[in-house]
Design a protein around this ligand. Sequence first.
Ligand code: HEC
Ligand SMILES: [Cu+2]
Length: 347
Amino acid sequence: MIDARIRSVFPPAGGVADRVDGHLQLLLVAGSVVWVIVVTAMFVAVLRRRRAERTEGDDGVPGDEPGRGHLVVAFLGGVAPAVIILGVMADSVLTLRDTGGTADASRAPVVVEVDGRQFWWEVRYPEHDVETANEIHIPTGQDVRVELTSDDVIHSFWVPQLAGKVDLVPGRTNVVTLHADEPGTYWGRCAEYCGLQHAWMRFVVVAHDEPEYAGWLEAQGRPAESPGRTDDGAGGPDGGDETAGGARPGAGPDTEEVAAGREIFMSSSCVYCHTIAGTEARGTLGPDLTHLASRQMIGAGVLPNDRESLARWITGPQDVKPGNAMPGTDLSEDELDALITYLESLE
Ligand code: HEC
Ligand SMILES: [Cu+2]
């Protein structure tokens, strides 16, 4: 499922990536021009030398008018390189100016916080109380300010088609600006070796039209669970037992299997590491699962998000992605089925 474009800066899709691409094209053209001139000059010199040898007079002096050669040397060796190098330098400086800055809050109405974890990406929308993982949704045609932090080691955030690499460094907040001109899915990945599963620390940026983006944000802001819960804290981690698998006033009817799956989730170790908004699951060691079913992939791109992959992941996360922080869980086939049905209900 991993697209080859994950590692390519082509074609750029907006913002910083477009600007860098423009600079790259200029370097390519300028370099080609220099190459053509140098190679042409070389051939001309060789051919003229041959001719000069053939027409050499008795006095042993090549039959060439003196003086003109000096002008050619002065032009090709001095003026042309100076013009080309100054031109390229000017564009470099302008490109740096345009791409080095980061969108401040006034230029970038959308702010996303991304926390690098071994080996996945925690994604938060602080103004909307939305949290997800390995999937960053943005509106098209706008600067999005992404604030990058890390709790463990240095990672690097890279979406080749949208922007340059920016490191996530423990104890600091770095900022990168994303800007997508067109709706689409853009691959990103960790670009700084961060441990065993560095290669499987991938993510996607999904750019939507404004209304679709607003819809996504709104849906993510709702708890996938129990609309009957109280909004502010729902009783804390130890007040939770009553809600586990219990009545969910106002919620649509759950199938028995969903209810059974919820019961299994809430009574397993899952709750220590995962959050499902609206339930007593409040763990923060692993990705927020509130809207797991709305995501395209699991394990930061290692598997697609479907029943079979969920089963593989839950029973053997260390086989799928050795060294990641999730331990395997022993479940009977029925329990696993119910658990997955529950997870798939988390839209
Ligand atoms: C010790 C902490 C821990 C426990 C216990 C745990 N998980 Fe996880 N889980 C994680 C971490 C960390 C990840 C992310 C791993 C990665 O991608 O590197 C994860 C990932 C997942 C994912 C993929 C989410 C995504 O968006 O990529 C699912 C689904 C999941 N866990 C379900 C469960 C279930 C179900 C249980 C209980 C049977 C469980 N986990 C128990 C830590 C834990
Ligand atoms: Cu990393």
